[in-house]
Ligand binder design. Structure first.
Ligand SMILES: NC(=O)c1ccc[n+]([C@@H]2O[C@H](COP(=O)([O-])OP(=O)(O)OC[C@H]3O[C@@H](n4cnc5c(N)ncnc54)[C@H](OP(=O)(O)O)[C@@H]3O)[C@@H](O)[C@H]2O)c1
Length: 273
């Protein structure tokens, strides 16, 4: 019987490949920005549980230390450093440290975002726009530009941007932030065809309302949370793990024919451009 199975595999190598786990990320190195809490931390956990060595970072050393300790306690291979993605110097330090300590990079999850402004879009200032576009959009592109040559050297890789349902339907009082998240949908589509030549896939996830510190204004009041739930098919708010798994899937061989896409992960909130 064993001989028959081996003969079948020799005649049909694709069947053999299909039997291997296509979700495994063993041997891969993954940079996840803003990964000491919330969605970034959940993405680092999901990638790490599939065997990737994850490089976690955020602005505060104490948060980095805490996340590294947590991931180590879960037997995840992890390295940590501080990185404010809005700083060019910090972005370069993050990539250099990854190359020095992990020998290369295969995956970039660009997850960091800020929102310094709530209110009518017409009241937003140039300083607000500069900050939002620098951190949420430009840094995502500039980090991609830094890692692409190193992914190319390893024969390919994956980039995942974290957008938002607000990128499809601007949220009230979050105009500039919402526009920055729409820009990431465009960035995904602009990069994907160019980087496909280097076997690098570029995709994006657009979370709905996920229970994290960042979105606490949207769910801490029972009344507002109930309003959001009315818009959902699945009547609960999202958890960071709901997004982490989708990000890991996009970086895996299971998604090897997906590029230039944004997956909305919203519990069924309807969204379209
Ligand atoms: N939560 C939601 O409902 C929701 C929905 C749609 C999209 N998103 C998107 O998901 C992403 C993550 O949000 P989250 O909800 O997971 O936030 P979160 O739980 O509040 O975590 C934010 C993380 O970002 C780090 N951080 C903040 N500013 C940074 C910067 N300039 N450079 C590097 N790290 C930075 C924080 O650590 P430090 O303080 O140490 O820097 C922390 O680790 C964002 O892009 C957000 O727009 C969230």
């Amino acid at each position: 019987m064993l001989t028959n199975a081996l003969r079948c595999l020799l005649r049909n190598p694709v069947a053999g490949r299909r039997n291997m786990s296509h979700s495994s990320l063993a041997g891969k190195v993954a940079i996840v920005t803003a990964s000491t809490d919330g969605i970034g931390l959940a993405a680092a956990q999901a990638l790490g549980k599939r065997g990737a060595h994850v490089v976690v970072s955020s602005r505060r050393q104490a948060n980095v230390d805490k996340a590294v300790a947590l991931l180590k306690s879960q037997s995840i291979q992890v390295t940590g450093t501080t990185c404010n993605v809005g700083s060019g110097e910090d972005r370069e330090k993050l990539v250099k440290m990854t190359l020095d300590q992990c020998g290369g990079v295969d995956i970039l999850v660009s997850n960091a975002a800020v929102n310094p402004f709530f209110g009518n879009i017409m009241d937003s200032t140039e300083a607000v726009w500069d900050k939002i576009l620098d951190v949420n959009v430009k840094s995502a592109f500039l980090l991609t530009k830094l890692v692409v040559p190193h992914m190319t050297k390893r024969g390919g890789g994956n980039v995942v941007f974290v957008s938002s349902v607000a990128g499809y339907q601007p949220m009230q009082a979050l105009g500039p932030y919402s526009v920055s998240k729409t820009a990431l949908l465009g960035l995904t589509r602009a990069l994907a065809p160019e980087l496909a030549h280097s076997n690098i896939r570029v995709n994006c996830v657009a979370p709905g309302v996920i229970k994290t510190r960042f979105s606490s204004a949207l769910w801490q009041s029972e009344e507002i949370a109930e309003e959001f739930k009315k818009q959902l098919s699945i009547k609960r708010l999202g958890e960071p793990e709901d997004i982490g798994g989708v990000i890991a899937f996009l970086c895996s061989e299971e998604a090897s024919y997906i590029t230039g896409e944004t997956i909305t992960v919203t519990g069924g909130m309807s969204c379209r451009l």
